[in-house]
Write a new protein. Structure first.
Length: 367
């Protein structure tokens, strides 16, 4: 199961520098000119989760395996991308392939790094990208809706199913609003239909404020503006100094702790970004643990026990019988499976059980 966050933004805002640090590679060339990134670079990263080590300590596992998500470094967008300006067509196609958008905004001054618009205004930058995505969706959806209306008139069942969501989305775009407005409180069946439309503005967004080193701990006036904008949209923000993260990526764990402490930071900004990206995708973690390994697994929030079993192996889902489930706190506090069972904290859950973040699970199945 792959989950992808696309790193987007205008040219020269620090996307590739951030991606390099994120993946601890030099896979994405970072240079001071537009369209430095042409082909999208993809890197898988582990999701930081301190619960893994605590569970492993209880069971004495030989190996600890975190869950992972992918980040994709996508070419910088410019005004007119929806009409093919710059690398617009390629940019939009690459965004369609990701599950969520991590939008990097420049919140630092540096005369040596040019800005494609000739000014530092992260809110305006965000609006530029958002406008291009909405224009692309609007053009695509107007055409598709007309075709679907004709099919619906002919009693085509697929068209009749899709059309209400298409018309609702089109109305939002015509009103200057992104389709992700619909994500708040949407019914599961409608969400499935919305995702099938694969609209650019239906994808959840996280704003990343890239700041100078001295602003990494507290942010600055520009990051406050971004936070206000994000709050109005129901979106999240993370403040990061890509320069600091690039430096940390080159240090040993011990050196990194000392360096971050000197900068007034408790943890790498990338850890916060990865966790925020994970939450942005509406994902939760469950665990399996034994002497061989303790492992984190990913499912969408709301997934039921058989679906969780299927993440491990499709046979587990097909032959699902039940899942022994212990809450994380009980597992660690009581000292593992046997003690939790003796204390009445190990539950046998059936097919309708909705997985809770942190569940430690053992699946029973037949093949």
């Amino acid at each position: 199961m792959g989950f992808k966050c696309g790193i987007v933004g205008l040219p020269n805002v620090g996307k590739s520098t951030l991606f390099n640090a994120l993946t601890k590679t030099a896979a994405a060339q970072a240079a001071n000119y537009p369209f430095c990134t042409i082909e999208p670079n993809t890197g898988e990263v582990a999701v930081p989760d301190p619960r893994l080590k605590k569970i492993s300590a209880v069971t004495g596992s030989k190996e600890v395996i975190p869950t992972r998500i992918s980040f994709v470094d996508i070419a910088g967008l410019v005004r007119g991308a929806s009409k093919g300006e710059g690398l617009g067509n390629q940019f939009l196609a690459n965004i369609r392939e990701v599950d969520a958008i991590v939008h990097v905004l420049r919140c630092f001054e540096d005369d040596d790094i040019t800005h494609v618009e000739g000014r530092i205004d992260p809110v305006a930058d965000a609006e530029t990208v958002e406008t291009e995505l909405m224009l692309a969706d609007l053009e695509s959806l107007e055409r598709r809706t007309q075709q679907m209306q004709k099919r619906a008139t002919g009693k085509d069942k697929e068209a009749q199913t899709l059309l209400p969501m298409m018309e609702q989305s089109l109305a939002l775009l015509q009103d200057g609003k992104p389709v992700r407005v619909l994500l708040d409180g949407i019914a599961a069946e409608d969400l499935k239909i919305l995702r099938s439309l694969n609209l650019l503005t239906s994808k959840p967004v996280l704003y990343v404020c890239n700041v100078a080193e001295g602003d990494a701990a507290e942010g600055n006036a520009q990051t406050k503006r971004v936070e206000e904008m994000a709050a109005a949209q129901g979106a999240g923000t993370v403040v990061i100094s890509a320069a600091i993260e690039a430096e940390v990526a080159q240090l040993s764990d011990e050196e990194a702790v000392e360096y971050l402490d000197a900068m007034g930071l408790e943890e790498p900004g990338l850890d916060r970004l990865i966790r925020a990206g994970y939450e942005l995708l509406d994902l939760i973690t469950f665990f399996t643990s034994g002497p061989k390994e303790t492992r984190a697994w990913t499912v969408h929030k709301g997934a039921k026990a058989p679906q969780a079993a299927g993440v491990i192996h499709t046979d587990f889902e097909r032959g699902f019988i039940r899942a022994q489930t212990i809450g994380y706190d009980d597992f660690v506090t009581l000292g593992g499976e046997v003690a939790a069972r003796d204390a009445g904290k190990a539950r046998d859950e059936g097919k309708e059980y909705v997985v809770v973040d942190g569940d430690v699970m053992l699946f029973k199945f037949n093949t």
